[in-house]
Write a protein that binds this ligand. Sequence first.
Ligand SMILES: *[C@@H]1O[C@H](CO)[C@@H](O)[C@H](O)[C@H]1NC(C)=O
Ligand SMILES: *[C@@H]1O[C@H](CO)[C@@H](O)[C@H](O)[C@H]1NC(C)=O
Ligand SMILES: *[C@@H]1O[C@H](CO)[C@@H](O)[C@H](O)[C@H]1NC(C)=O
Ligand SMILES: *[C@@H]1O[C@H](CO)[C@@H](O)[C@H](O)[C@H]1NC(C)=O
Length: 793
Amino acid sequence: MKAFAALSMCLVLFSCNALLSNALDTIATDQSIRDGENLLSAGGTFELGFFSAGDPRKRYLGIWYKKIATTIVWVANRVAPLADASGTLRVTTHGSLVLLDGNGSDIWLSNAPIPVRNPVAQLLDSGNLVVRDAEGSDPNTFLWQSFDYPTDTLVAGMKLGRNRRSGFNHHLTSWKSINDPSPGNFTFQLDPNGYPQELLKQGSDIKFSTGPWNGLRWSGIPNLNPNPYYSYEFVLNEEEMYYRYELLNSWVISRMILMPNGMLQRFTWIDRTQGWTLYISCPIDQCDNYASCGAYGSCRVDTSPVCRCLKGFVPRFSQEWDILDWSNGCVRRNALDCEKDIFVKYSRLKLPDTRSSWFNESMNLQECEVVCMKNCSCMAYSNLDIRNGGSGCLLWFDKLIDIREYSDYGQDLYIRMAKHELVMGLAVSFGSVFLILVLTIRVLQCKKKKMKLPEGDSCENQKEDLELPLFDLSTVAIATNYFSSDNKLGEGGFGPVYKGVLRGGQIIAVKMLSKNSRQGLHEFKNEVLYVSKLQHRNLVKLLGCCIEEEKLLIYEFVPNRSLDSFLFDPTQREQLDWSTRFNIINGIARGLLYLHQDSRLRIIHRDIKANNVLLDCEMNPKISDFGLAKSFAGNETQANTNRVVGTYGYMSPEYALDGVFSTKSDVFSYGVLVLEIVSGKRNRGFRHPDHDHNLLGHAWRLFTEGRSMQLLDQLVENSCSTSEALRSIHIGLLCVQRCPDDRPSMSTVVMMLGSDIELPLPKEPGFFNERNLLQENTSQSQPNEMTMTVLYA
Ligand SMILES: *[C@@H]1O[C@H](CO)[C@@H](O)[C@H](O)[C@H]1NC(C)=O
Ligand SMILES: *[C@@H]1O[C@H](CO)[C@@H](O)[C@H](O)[C@H]1NC(C)=O
Ligand SMILES: *[C@@H]1O[C@H](CO)[C@@H](O)[C@H](O)[C@H]1NC(C)=O
Ligand SMILES: *[C@@H]1O[C@H](CO)[C@@H](O)[C@H](O)[C@H]1NC(C)=O
């Protein structure tokens, strides 16, 4: 009965006599294993013996799982089958394993490099057949081991890779078919060129590349994740480079096999169902086919067609591309210019083929960029290891092929691009008119400089004017993910504002000078010059700027966005209780006072409004957006301009109508803002059923009728200090008086806010009952609260 059961298990075995198995795991030189006899590893996991697969006349020596005898993991004589059941395995006195046929000829031989006195062959419980000295069980002294000669299966502990000293290549070769162990067309092996990667080949054609190891997994096998069955590693040192996995529990049975059809599959044995379960399979989809989209093409399984060129690249032959032949890939839209190039970040990628790459494990990403920038044939760089925020440097020196994009996972790759490309990329999104404008301005600036400075006549001189760190355009582009729309925080008066993260981890806000705004470059330089010299806790801190093709201001990032996003939002408004509001009213006043008086420059902001007040994580206000700011000489108190810029609803009458501005115009805007903060309502667009006044008029009316508290936002009624609220309203009204001379200075405002002194009675506010003509004219076509420019002839 027992023999019968054992027989029925050995499906593909021509003759399998379990009764003869003597449960030995070792043979010495005076012993042998004949067809029908087996070696059983000490723990009973693996068995060695003779088998047939398909053709019963062909006998092979192999190793299989004791309890899954149909699953052969190793074959000795796969190219030279025995013709009958007369084979014998022996260990020679020199320490070689030899497989003899019935006539005593050696069919297969394992060579021993050095003779030993007393060699034995042993089947270890790992499935490794080793030849060693009877005395020595140290793996380092093994004379020979089957693990060095994998067939189509990688079992736990086997190395898939190369010995760098001997050059020996431990790789998988598929069976010809499931019934024929002789070598098939497919191999899976570590390619040692550049940074190593495993390649699945059919003959010499690459079918699939794992991509480089990123510290956690192969870049091209993102679903290789820590799991309860096995752990895995990639080892790269001076001696060897290899991939290997280990089983985490002795009861787990898992193997990786290169199937005759070229599929690389991992199976796990499930006892309950007595079957193998497929765990991972590669290649898994169309995008795993090596270089499926050609050079600089990127494959995405979730798009149709799957191939597209990376951003900044176009099909090499568009006719071919149009008929879905992607093999020739893509080429750059703009040629490179070596020293003037930049690097653009591409995310969520499988890293390209690394056969022409170079790497250094100790360099960081910045050093990596420097090295890549220096060598004009360096096409891209990335971190080598993505763990712990990334380390190491990987550089590519040829066309980038075999890229795919994942919807999650995937890695960052920085690709060398023409600087022009970035400008183009941005210009496309903001309208190419801007580009022309900026270039024109640059040319004009150069000409101006030339006239002033007959000798040092370069635009570079601009840099020396600024006492401020200069940022590279590429650094900022990378920090903001190529000015991606996901990173956009909003639109300021001068253009979009992006959030970014510098490589050191500092979070920044990047203000890009929009190229269609009339106020352009001049105001930009203003802001740089002024703000770089201003330091106050109620002013946003400028960290640096960029004056390349794109004009950028780099600020500290203020986490809570702008005041208007709280104040005028029905749900967010609740977060501003009275003490927070009063703190904001005070903070803005101190920031403005600093601008007007304390800073050595004396500055009029000219665009004080809720959008330009940012809130930090403790809700402290920080005044931002100094683009309109004007410095004025010490004894000067007002000036005229023929260009009125500012925001309706906040602009003082003398400024909006006559272009006259002074610190008192800022005071007016501040007054409007105070009334908005108290009421939670916008001045502009304010409607009341009883009258036609705007918020200022409404506040004035309530004040004269002694009903000021009715102006208060209902949401703060409970948290409110009545005296502070009344005082704030009173001061707000003093600030918005029609005549500039009647308005208090900011120093008076700060004093009035901080004391109980009696306040003068306010006169009628400016602009209180008009939805004035300017407002009506523009409100239809302009987004709310945009900074406006009015030109006077
Ligand atoms: C043994 O040798 C004879 C004569 O050379 C040959 O016919 C026979 O096939 C051989 N047997 C085996 C098992 O190789
Ligand atoms: C292996 O390759 C050869 C030649 O390329 C081909 O004729 C044969 O069909 C292939 N075999 C398999 C199993 O793919
Ligand atoms: C790798 O980079 C480090 C630091 O820059 C350097 O000291 C080392 O020599 C480099 N190694 C190689 C192999 O170039
Ligand atoms: C650039 O790198 C390649 C590949 O490492 C090297 O062959 C070439 O000499 C380098 N060129 C320069 C100018 O360093």
